[in-house]
Design a protein around this ligand. Structure first.
Ligand code: SF4
Length: 382
């Protein structure tokens, strides 16, 4: 394994590509109907993980797909592999799960594996909305899964919620947020629905059959989310993420701070020492590649300095605190204004960016127009 610096603590992402059923909006590298591959896939994953037994990880995130959909047998295999993976003291170890795939037995094994945080894909509390986006579960199933998680002793829990769903009213969105808050969930990810190409929703939208709220309502839903969650004690620390004090997702902060991470499994990628390494997104090919080479890598390239600076800006501006000017200088040995002076000034003038002396950050209006603002940070590489 070579030239990677193993002294510095890194983050580890592990991808489980299986889902019981594909949701109508999903373009993640996940599959339904491939359960026949689960055992072989998990074996391959355990082999790829062996490459990293000399590392110490400050965060681990098993995502997907639906990790809790893995069979009990596969979870046991994974648990054995994790006996050789080192997590830092106070490290964060998250597993993603979807209601309808939880069992107490599975959760107990994850707990024994060292998992100390659960992220549950809930999306909405209204059964008609859940059905309308193709989720497999109901509100009642979520409640059962949530109770199981508490019973097994998971207290650090995130729920994913979505707004801008077809047929969703403001009242329903308010109700979803309130119910999550009433459960004392300490981290809420609130995403707006993005209609991605190649999904059933995209086809429906093209045919004029997707009844999503208009932009104005969606904007109000987002505004309400910020105001309400702040009022009841959550801190917004990223465009779509809110947490109780000290309960931010450390793993996602690694991405937003553009620190090093290692990805294992199909569709995963790594960012190490300025190098991007991509695994195949195809689980069958992944199994073959790991058998032959020990990893699922199909592509890798070294970022140019400009690539890294751009990515640092795109990711950093997602954080509400923004980008620390001193950190930028330390990392790139250049003043941020020497590269982006004109762009920053332009957006400070139109009130989309603020420079508070220490940090450069998006204003609330800037967040609403974040795609447009961020595209200005693309560097000319001619
Ligand atoms: S459960 Fe998650 S990963 Fe699986 S299809 Fe639905 S949105 Fe995609």
């Amino acid at each position: 394994m070579s030239c990677m610096s193993i002294n510095q603590e890194k983050a580890l992402y592990v991808h489980i590509p299986f889902c019981k059923k594909k949701c109508d909006y999903c373009d993640f590298p996940s599959y339904s109907g491939k359960e026949g591959l689960m055992v072989e896939y998990t074996k391959a994953l355990c082999n790829e993980l062996k490459e990293y037994k000399d590392f110490v990880f400050k965060t681990i995130f098993i995502g997907g797909g639906t990790p809790t959909y893995l069979s009990y047998e596969c979870i046991l295999m994974l648990k054995e592999a994790f006996e050789d993976i080192h997590i830092a003291k106070d490290g964060e170890f998250t597993v993603e799960g979807n209601p309808g795939t939880f069992t107490i037995e599975k959760l107990e094994e994850f707990k024994k594996m060292g998992v100390n945080r659960l992220s549950i894909g809930l999306q909405a509390f209204q059964n008609e909305l859940l059905k309308g986006i193709g989720r497999i579960h109901s509100e009642e199933e979520f409640m059962k899964s949530y109770k199981m998680a508490k019973e097994v002793g998971f207290n650090n829990i995130n729920v994913d919620l979505m707004f801008g769903l077809p047929g969703q009213t403001m009242e329903q969105w308010k109700e979803s947020l309130k119910k999550a808050v009433d459960l004392k969930i300490n981290h809420i990810s609130a995403y707006s629905l993005i209609v991605e190409e190649g999904t059933p929703f995209h086809r429906r939208e093209k045919n004029g059959l997707l009844d999503t709220p208009c932009e104005e309502v969606e904007r109000k839903m987002y505004e309400y989310t910020k105001e309400y969650l702040e009022k009841v004690g959550y801190n917004q620390y990223e465009i779509s993420n809110f947490s109780r004090e000290g309960m931010e997702c450390k793993h996602n902060l690694v991405y937003w701070n553009l620190e090093d991470y290692i990805g294992c499994g199909s569709g995963a990628h790594s960012f190490i020492d300025g190098k991007r390494i991509q695994n195949t997104g195809n689980p069958e090919e992944y199994i073959k590649l790991v058998k032959n080479n020990g990893t699922g890598t199909v592509d890798s390239f070294k970022n140019s300095l400009e690539d890294t600076i751009e990515e640092f800006m795109f990711m950093g501006l997602r954080k509400i605190e923004g980008i620390n000017k001193l950190n930028f200088k330390r990392r790139f040995e250049k003043d941020i204004y020497s590269i982006y002076g004109d762009i920053i000034s332009k957006h400070v003038n139109n009130k989309l960016i603020e420079d508070d002396g220490e940090n450069i950050k998006l204003t609330p209006q800037g967040i609403q127009l974040s795609n447009m603002v961020m595209s200005d940070f693309i560097l000319d590489k001619a």
